[in-house]
Ligand binder design. Structure first.
Ligand code: UDX
Length: 435
């Protein structure tokens, strides 16, 4: 199939590349000429395992192209995916201006001679956005143009995006137009995945409802962790015990500092806003948010309790990314934690396997902070070690080295990466979550 993707951000670039990988002819459009030049040179501007090789291979095979021209994209692609940002606004609602702009641009490039086109929304959007896209394209396209509108939400996780795209749990395709649905089914034929076909509103809603449910699982286990702390139970065992019930499942029951990233915080806020604007307020999600934000404060209080004051204290901070296997620091709890500690006068030595450069560029960490690629270097003379991101490499650390290098061997594990028994054996004062 001939596919065009508009927007080469996380979702657009990885989806376009994976469509090319399964044999489709893909044109990726981005309005940033520098980004397009970088991609044409075979370089990928984000850290995502396996992506760069796939981009190179598919560009070389002639199945993957990059351009700044929407016109070229609309000409090349029978199916045109919109994958542009849908950022949050201060009141929690979703800013749909990029979607609207792209819909208009597509419309202006359509001609009756091009034939039928499918316009697919891949970005996360509020329910009923498809109607708006359809109205906008209809209004701005020349008379006689034929098109269908589809919602095809993306469920990829950063850090394992390529695998998630090539082997998805499910593919959701929503449209009220059978012709458009037939095109979409053909696109997904090479993927071994169950396909759920729905109307367009349901497909849009599935994305917000799924992410909110996952966030709910995280807040649920964090609330349980707090009860474990108060009662002397172990949240890891509790998660294991409840997760063995197939109806619940063990995944997304890792207690810790809570969720961050470019999706969950924004999507939960958006869903709260959507439910309110439809007159069906979803109070449960407000509690999910509250538990998530309180989790960071609780952890900070545990550190304060031991250190008494942050001023003149050296903190080794492990983790800057919002989770493991990514260099993304957007809405990272690790960054928020660092900001608070710096604000109270701590001196931080930070490390992260991938996110040092993005954290520097992000520019939100001001104060006495240095960055180190060597984990052990951060520990020298430190008053406390704070683990903020669940990188598996952190769990493999030599605990005796921690004890040897730190001024006081106080370890605050915000992701439950270390085994409390090992920490005790290494004579560390070890504080984690819900254990
Ligand atoms: C998420 C959804 O999983 C994905 O389907 C959607 O398309 C985009 O949003 P992502 O943001 O990449 O993906 O990361 P995810 O792996 O879901 O983790 C989100 C956050 O939750 C991270 O901050 C992580 O640290 C936290 N988390 C996750 C927990 O605190 N505990 C868990 O058990 C799982």
């Amino acid at each position: 199939m001939k596919i065009t993707i508009i927007g080469t951000g996380y979702v657009g670039l990885t989806s376009g590349t994976c469509f090319a990988e399964v044999g489709h002819e893909v044109t990726c459009v981005d309005n940033n000429p520098e980004k397009v030049a970088t991609l044409l040179a075979g370089q990928v501007p984000i850290y995502e395992p396996g992506l760069e090789e796939l981009v190179k291979q598919n560009v070389a095979a002639g199945r993957l192209k990059f351009t700044t021209s929407t016109e070229e994209g609309v000409k090349n692609g029978e199916v045109i995916f919109i994958a542009v940002p849908t950022p949050p606004q201060p009141d929690g609602s979703v800013d749909l201006s990029f979607i609207e702009k792209v819909a208009r641009e597509i419309a202006q490039c359509l001609t009756p001679e091009l034939g039928y086109r499918v316009i697919v929304d891949k970005s996360t959007v509020p329910v009923k956005t498809g109607d708006k896209v359809e109205q906008t394209v209809r209004r701005y396209a020349p008379a006689g143009v034929e098109f269908g509108v589809v919602s095809n939400p993306e469920f990829l996780r950063e850090g394992c995006a390529v695998d998630d795209l090539l082997h998805p749990d499910r593919v959701v395709i929503g449209s009220n137009d059978d012709r458009a649905l037939a095109f979409m089914q053909k696109i997904y034929e090479p993927f071994v995945a169950p396909v759920l076909v729905t109307d367009i509103n349901s497909a849009e809603l599935i994305k917000h409802a799924a992410n909110s449910f996952l966030a709910l699982k995280i807040s649920y286990i964090n609330a349980v962790a707090n009860i474990c702390e108060a009662s002397g139970a172990d949240v890891e065992k509790v998660a294991e015990g409840i997760g063995m019930d197939k109806r619940i499942g063990r995944s997304f029951l890792n207690a810790g500092l809570g969720y961050g990233g470019s999706c969950f915080p924004k999507d939960i806020k958006a869903f709260i806003h959507i439910s309110e604007s439809l007159g069906q307020p979803f109070g449960l999600l407000k509690e999910v948010e509250k538990i998530n934000y309180d989790q960071l404060d609780r952890f900070l209080n545990k550190i304060r309790e031991k250190l008494w004051v942050f001023r003149e204290k050296k903190i080794a901070l492990w983790g800057l990314a919002f989770k493991q296997n990514t260099d993304d620091v957007r809405e990272s709890v690790a960054i928020k934690l660092a900001q608070k500690m710096l604000g109270e006068g701590a001196s931080i030595r930070a490390t992260d396997p991938e996110a040092i450069e993005t954290a520097k560029k992000f520019g939100e960490l001001k104060g006495d902070i240095t960055y180190h690629t060597d984990l052990y270097e951060t520990l020298d003379g430190a008053d406390a070690l704070v683990i903020a991101t669940e990188w598996p490499a952190f769990a493999k650390i030599d605990l005796t080295e921690i004890k040897k290098r730190m001024r006081t061997p106080l370890v605050f594990d915000g992701r439950n990466l270390l085994d409390p028994k090992d920490a005790k054996a290494a004579e560390l004062e070890y504080i984690s979550i819900g254990r």
